[in-house]
Design a protein around this ligand. Sequence first.
Ligand code: PA5
Length: 419
Amino acid sequence: MLNLTIRDKRALISESELSGMIQESLPVLRQAQKGEERFADSQGWLDVEEWANAAILDNILSIAQRVRSTCDAFVLIGVGGSNNAARSVIEALKTDDGPEIIYAGTTLSANALNRMLKSLEGKDFAIDCIAKNFETLEPGSSFRILRKALADRYTPEEAASRIICTGTYGSSLEQLCIDNGYTFVPFPTNIGGRYTAMSYVGLLPMAVAGVDVAALVKGAADMQYTLHTGAPEENLALRYAVLRNLYYQKGYKLELLASFEPQLKWFYKWWIQLFAESEGKDGKGLFPVAAEYSEELHAVGQYVQDGAPLMFETFLDIQARQDSLVIQPDGKKDYFDYLDGKDFYDINKAAFNATVTAHSEKLPCLIFKVPALDAYNFGQLFYFFQFACYLSGRILGIDPFDQPGVEAYKGWMFKALGK
Ligand code: PA5
């Protein structure tokens, strides 16, 4: 079970201050548990069953099986919330069997897109264009060039059979599927992109990659149960949401997410998008950033420990000993003999403990103990952080489900491109 501890030598927040604000925030928790009418078009994720039930999982697994048996590669076209959840799990858990997963729709760089197309040469592939509105430039333009790549390679029927679209009912993307015989699966109309991990958006690409999506959904559903029942004062998402807001009120402007598992690299991106797009509005919000330790102890680590006091740190500490690699002596005098016979698992843990001890002298450190890095726990993390983000945004006093700022640059860009 996920749990949270605070390490802060200066005890910036007292237990009574924390429990006082938790008490004050209980109405926010109660409303979130029930769901709020004014956010009805954004809360389809609150009940995991709605978009990740058994019938949907069956359909996902059957489409995934078809792709897995006919493809060497699978291109996930999508940006932001249409990509990040799937990518974070696939890049952390994918084993070598099954199609290679390639990403498109995240860039307008000709160089990056040419490299992506080149990586498909000689491979049988299928694509999934994931777009809620189907007007975002990155996925729309990538879909064009990938449809052409399919048309150049296969007969029209075969090319069409290799195209999946995840779009909203009634959208121009659905119409494109109807007109051209592409496979269409629904993007939830009542969920915004960054909350869609437990739906066709996140689960279909994960299933193609061979991830155990049933375990993932079970993890999310169990977390839903935990956060919607039990003593409100003990609610972990509320505690975390309150801590974030208290640190913000005390002048911290950044939250730095870190772990000692490079496998979590893409999860950071998901987490950053979730909190940045949900909370950064009305001139408010913690700026979410991430660090890949231990590598970045040799870079941003200096600033974290010794620079301007901008941030508090949140660690994901993976508990299970999932891998083992023991360093053997080789008889050469390299002055690393203190490592002889030690397992990298323990060395990495020692680095983690040393880092928390050092950092917590200067800044508050929150530590989430995550039982293991597997599909079930990814499900737990997705639901946990989504729910916590909702609570945190409500305590902050903003709408956690819109993104008005993102729309502003789009207007200027469409104008420049003559849309
Ligand atoms: O979370 C969000 O709502 C956004 O990040 C969207 O997911 C992102 O902008 C992609 O939008 P679309 O799926 O409409 O292309």
